[in-house]
Design a protein around this ligand. Sequence first.
Ligand SMILES: *Cc1c(COP(=O)(O)O)cnc(C)c1O
Length: 407
Amino acid sequence: MSKIDLNKVEFETMVIHAGQGADPAYGALATPIYQTSTFCFETVEEGAAKFANEVPGYHPVYSRSGNPTTRAFELKCAAMEGGEDCVATASGMGAVGSVMLAFLKTGDHVIFDNAVYGGTNYVASTNLPEIGIEVSRVDTGDLEAVKAAIKPNTKMIYFETPNNPMLKVTDIAAIKKLAGPDIKVVVDGTFAPPPVQFALKQGADIVLHSITKYINGHGDALGGIVVGKADDIARVRKNSVTKINGCPPSPFNSYLVLRGMKTLALRMRQHCASALEVAKYLKSNPYVKTVYYPGLESHPQHALASRQMENGMYGGMLSFELNDNVKGLSSFDAGKKLLNSLKIPAIAVSLGDPDTLIEHPASMTHAGVAPEDRLAAGITDGLVRLSVGLESPKDLIADFEQAFQAL
Ligand SMILES: *Cc1c(COP(=O)(O)O)cnc(C)c1O
């Protein structure tokens, strides 16, 4: 392990060193990929003691329940969030499903924000009701609505902040105050990982992420994490993820995330600075009706975002809405044409990659949603979602200029 007192150094230093130190076998600085399913014991007695957790220290016995590469990744993520422990999963949805299985049972009630990630939406609308868990959907940005939705059997309040694709911000501290000690507040922080936002510090009981996005940050691995208090994480690990339902990440993916996280602080700073620059450019563009970015003063929750998100950073995600009539095109057609005319952004879902990614919800991710439901969620025909990458913002803005000219 590291010799540095990780509590006494800045985030940038901590996140590079946390969870990792020279490997005990040969002193490797980069954590090796322990690509093994099982671990050997010298004697039956040693095996028995390790299975019974009677040997101090970290002793994996089988990679579904624990692997040294994955453990380093988990410890780094616990430190990153300032949580007591972390459990890693094979995908972000593995983290979502694991939290549900760990803390909810038939007869319980859970409150979800009305706009959550598509996979999570399926969990809320289908999986949980099918096993007798009651689900309410409210706008968690509306504290009165959350308060009114709480029932005696409410066990969890779940939301993303900022959310997808409208970049709505939910007040974590205010929700925890309403929830009290017995209702778990679970935050999906995928859109704004540390050092942009520290959900546990704001009052969340559990924070989860799709590390597929910013935390790995290179668009080459799927994964998820759940971070919180040690007893909560032990419950997730034991009841749902590893021992029983088995969705640990592969050691290779854990290695990739450890590698990606070395530059997390640096990358987030640039994603945020570039997103602000691109948001300001789009806001001044005559073809754009509205820009949704918490860092703009025009964002309805800019003051809350400034309190809750740190270091003057507001994330790298933004959405914008095209005008209803762009050079005679409908906003739907203008959206499609704009994406097709851009040269730098890849037309793709996902986010948080070094490459800028762009998508048109009305013709892509939300094409299957009934138009009236889409509109109710604010997803108009001319809405475009942008994950601002690490290219020069100058080049990105120039590319938007030429694409708007081509409309
Ligand atoms: C991508 C995403 C997920 C799901 O993560 P996977 O790694 O794709 O399983 C969950 N929540 C949010 C906000 C996401 O963007």
